[in-house]
Design a protein around this ligand. Structure first.
Ligand code: ZN
Length: 365
């Protein structure tokens, strides 16, 4: 690990790192658990008993089908973990409560020289507030809504910002009851009022067995909303996943749309034409510049902890592209600091001091 301390602060390769996209206790969170697909299943597919002896057989066959499907998706997740050299998630018996896990994250960031982490889900806004308090200044957190068009969603979100001190909103388009360009603007107007970013996951959702696509999952419909509410920055995680082409044109049309780089981005394997993480960085950087690309790890479970290999792979790609260090500092810290309202934050290296966000975002109240 190349983690020189600069002016008494942690860096990775001389860059001050803010992780914009971390999940807390996904397995205990109804919102994220429902998307996890096979990730938290420990079913051994060889032990699944297919029982169809019943003379009628319909329910038994249905149950057997369910078990087979769960086993298959669990196997896909297990194969993915093996490919990436990730241990299986800790079992529920090893859980020692949220405080211990929060402390574990503080230690984990310290170990990996990550200066600050923004959690996007934590099992509810009150739990997120507790988590942020426990982080002792190294965490921020976002509100999360399953459906931004549900009754009272705007009130709940406003309360999260005003009384719980949360710094934005995380939603999953495939879970929404309406398309994102619905005329029901109430939630987005709260984001506008308090100058906080909105992170909207588009495209396939969850690990194996999650949602591949549905009628609300596409990002192209964000154009109407992003143009209607230009004061809000909308961040699309994982470069827009299978909709990467739509996202590039969306960002061309809407300067208030950005992407985050979080996760393994193994979705590129499922594209019909060969596409790599290097290609993604190159395409977005060439067309959008350094101000609308935001590093996130999508770290979530232990014992994996901070997914360091995502960070170092992405840094290597950017260095090898020949990006200037100031642009790399924007992508891996400065842009997130601006969006999260960390207005006194500057990079540890004085030579990179100008690498703070120019994404339009007014001071946090
Ligand atoms: Zn995520």
């Amino acid at each position: 690990m190349h983690t020189p301390e600069i002016t008494g602060r942690p860096t990775v390769q001389g860059i001050s790192i803010i992780d914009f996209h971390v999940h807390f206790r996904m397995a205990q969170d109804d919102l994220t658990r429902s998307l996890a697909g096979g990730q938290f299943e420990t079913l051994d597919p060889h032990q699944v008993k297919v029982s169809v002896e019943d003379s009628e057989g319909a329910w038994e066959r249905h149950d057997a089908g369910q078990r087979t499907m769960m086993a298959a998706t669990a196997q896909t997740s297990a194969n993915w973990r093996r490919s990436w050299d990730f241990a299986d998630p800790d079992s529920a018996q090893l859980d020692s409560g949220w405080e211990k896990e929060a402390d574990r994250w503080v230690h984990e960031l310290d170990t990996h020289s990550i200066e600050f982490a923004n959690f996007v889900t934590a099992g509810g806004d009150s739990k997120m507030q507790d988590l942020v308090a426990r982080g002792g200044g190294t965490f921020s957190g976002m509100a999360a809504l399953k459906d931004p068009f549900a009754p009272r969603a705007a009130d709940i979100f406003e309360e999260a910002i005003v009384t719980k001190g949360l710094r934005g909103l995380k939603v999953f388009a495939p879970l929404m009851s309406e398309r994102v360009d619905s005329p029901n603007d109430a939630v987005w107007k709260v984001a506008a009022r308090y100058n906080v970013p909105v992170v909207i996951h588009f495209g396939h959702c969850g690990s194996a067995g999650g949602i591949a696509q549905n009628s609300t999952s596409g990002p192209a419909w964000l154009e109407g909303l992003a143009k209607r509410i230009p004061e809000v920055t909308f961040v699309i995680p994982h470069f827009g996943i299978q909709h990467v082409q739509d996202v590039l044109f969306l960002m061309w049309a809407c300067p208030n749309v950005a992407v985050d780089t979080s996760g393994s981005n193994q979705w590129v394997r499922y594209m019909a034409s060969k596409l790599t993480l290097d290609d993604l960085f190159r395409r977005f950087y060439e067309t959008m510049g350094p101000d609308r690309i935001i590093f996130g790890s999508d770290s979530s479970w232990f014992p994996r902890g901070f997914a360091r290999r995502y960070l170092v792979d992405q840094l290597r790609i950017c260095w090898e592209m020949g990006m200037p260090a100031t642009d790399i500092q924007k992508i891996f810290g400065g842009n997130a600091a601006g969006l999260l309202g960390l207005h006194s934050w500057i990079p540890a290296d004085p030579a990179l001091a100008m690498a703070v966000s120019s994404v339009p975002n007014l001071p946090h109240p």
